[in-house]
Design a protein around this ligand. Sequence first.
Ligand SMILES: *Cc1c(COP(=O)(O)O)cnc(C)c1O
Length: 392
Amino acid sequence: MSETNKKLNPVTEAIRIQIPRTEEGEHSTPMYLTSSFTFNEAENMRAAFADEIDENIYSRFTNPNVDEFIQKMCVLEGAEAGYATATGMAVVFASIFALLKQGDHLICCSSVFGSTHTMVTKFLPRYGIEATLVDANDKDAWEKAVKPNSKMVYLETPTNPQLEIIDLEWAGNFAQQHNLILNVDNCFATPLLQKPIEYGADLVVHSATKWIDGQGRVLGGVVVGRKDLIHDIYLFSRNTGPSLSPFNAWVLSKSLETLDVRLQRHCENAIKVAEVLKQHKNVEWVKYPFLKDHPQHAIAKKQMKAGGGIVCFEVKGGIESGRKFLNSLKMLSMTANLGDTRSIASHPASTTHSKLTEQERLNVGITPGLIRISVGLEYVDDIIDDLNQALG
Ligand SMILES: *Cc1c(COP(=O)(O)O)cnc(C)c1O
C-alpha cells in the first residue's frame, strides 16, 4: 500500500487494506488456495523456519488471505497483532489454553456462550486449570473470586443470550488492579459498536462466523490484542493446528468491507423489532440493550454505539407457548446461527445451552420460554409481520 500521512478511518481501512497485488494487477484480492509456499534458495527457507525473515512457509502457520483478514481486524479493534482460526471456539480455546497452565486460575463470567461454558467447567479442570464462574454484574463476586494464582478474566458483553451488559471500564480497572489478562469475547457487538481494547482489554476474541461473515456462509475465529500474548497464541496454534482456511479468510475479509453498513441496518431493524415486541399482549418481557428499561441501559449507552442485532424476549405461557411461537413462524428461520442477513429465531434452553442443567440455565437467566431473535436485513415490516402473526 502507498504511504500516507493521514490516518484513514477503520471503516475505510476494512475496505481498503489489501495484501500486495500480483503482477496481474487484479483489483480484488485473489484466493491463495495453497498449502505451502516455495523458496528459490535453501538459505531463505532456513531463515524463514528460523523466524529470521518474515515469509509464508505453510498455510497452517500463515497465509496471505488469512493475513489480510487479521490486518483488518487489528485496525478495527485498535490492536497490535492478531491470529485467526477455523472457528470461534478454536480461538476461545487457544486464547485460554495457550496462556494458562496447570495450577493457574481463570475467572469467567457465568453467562458465556454455551460451548465456552462447557469448556471452562468440564475441560479446563482436567488439565489442572481452576475456574470460577461469576455473575456478570455482581462486582463483589468478582473481587471475592480473585486468588493468588488467578491469571485471566474472561467475559462476554453483551452476553449470549441474555444480553447482559458488563461495564468494560470497570472490568479493565479490575483486571489491571489484580494484574490479570483481560480476555473479552466481542462477538455480539463487533468492533464497530464497541472496542474493548480502549477499556484495557488485553485480548479480544470473535466468532467470525456471526456478524463478521454476516451471511451465514463460513465459520471462523479471530483473536487480536497484545503482541506478546498473540505471539504465544500463534506458537500454540501453529503447533496444534486450528488454522483458518484461506478460502474462509477470503470470504471473511470481503465481508468486513460491508460490516459497517450491514450492522447499521441490523441495529435499526433490531430496535424496531424490540419496540414492537414490547407492546405485544402475548410477550412477557423484552430485552434489548438500547431499550430504556434494560437493567444496564446506561452502561450500554456508555460503551456501545448501538444496541446490536440481537433481541430476546419471553413468550407468555412458558415453554409450550414458546414452541408454538417457533412452529408458527413463516419467514424467520429456526436455526442455530446468528448474525445472518436472514432473521433467525432460536430457543436457547433446548439448543445452545441444553448441556447446562436447568438450574445452571436459570442462574444465567435462560428461562424455559426465552426466545432469541437475530434480526436480519430483510425489510423490517416483513420481520415484524411474521413475529406478530406467530405470536397470535
Ligand atoms: C458462536 C459463538 C462462539 C463460537 O463460535 P463458533 O464460530 O461457532 O465456533 C463464541 N462466542 C459467542 C458469543 C458466540 O456467539
